[in-house]
Write a protein that binds this ligand. Sequence first.
Ligand SMILES: Cc1ncc(COP(=O)(O)O)c(C=O)c1O
Length: 362
Amino acid sequence: MKENRVFNFNPGPAAIPLEVLEEIQEEFLNFKGSGMSITEISHRSKPFDDVINDAIERTKRLLKLDDRFKVLFIQGGASMQFCMIPMNLLADDKSADYVNTGTWATKAIKEAQLLKKTIKVVASSEDKNFSYIPENVKFSPDAAYAHITSNNTIKGTQFADFPDTGNIPIISDMSSDIMSRPLDIDRFGLIYAGAQKNLGPAGVCMVIIRDDMLERVPDTVPSMLKYTTYSSKNSLYNTPPCFAIYTVQLVLKWLEEKIGGLKNMEKINKKKAAILYDFFDTSNFYNGTAEKNSRSLMNVTFRLPNEDLEKAFVADATKNNLIGLKGHRSVGGCRASIYNAMPTEGIEALVDFMKVFESKNG
Ligand SMILES: Cc1ncc(COP(=O)(O)O)c(C=O)c1O
């Protein structure tokens, strides 16, 4: 670990690869010979055009997107997509299917309902406190889309495979697992992800949208909430969050050039998560909260024998430079968020610490 740095297990904003931070630092005062920083240059300048276009091209290569797909950068976080999706893609005489796997899916459902759209919750894991991913979900053959949250940041569950929706396009909130594994892109009509977990800093949401989805957008949607505003102007209709997009571009470059693409990233992520889960499976002190076949490779949620021990665990871990292990305030317990940027070394340090903590308190 670099001097003065910690292992950052925060759920988001989350760790960014050290190489990326160093690159930002290196070119911060004089971006590409401009004599200005990236935060000072025009979003209509050639250097920024190169940044946004490179981010788009890298996204296309990493996810193997063909020409049907547009990559957009939109503000308002993933939360704004909860309303933009039904506003743009769900006509009043149609219905959409939603799978409810936790807090974020519940919010997506609520926003569609606020708009008085017709939606159907076709499956939910609420009966067991969202600790699993529903299987064998039956989707409606005439649904406008099927909305799922691929990774549930708070409950630590993840779709290992995407459900069979037949011809219905999948719309997925991938805020906490985008770019963590390859995708079969043909099945998706739209993918969205707030950047602040696996892509870079907060302030921008990546939206990948297929051209037939863009054709659905009604004229009546206000300009800033309309996908076609972003797709027709290369996300430069108004001033975009330039610094966030620039950092995303560097993270994508790191993924392509340092990691070697999403297959490699997935292999690394599986290995990292296995270190923690294998450890839980031999322990009576630490208990994973997600059902085994629904476990997330990104957010590892667990409990200790009681809440006092959990508090002591988080405090002691912090003293040992292992930061951000407290569970979400709505569920308690502990959570290690181990996104792409968390090195294996960080997971090993965590497990070593967990063993010591158990030997003192178990
Ligand atoms: C899966 C998921 N969806 C949506 C959100 C909300 O994202 P934002 O804060 O960018 O609106 C989060 C935030 O943690 C998330 O984990």
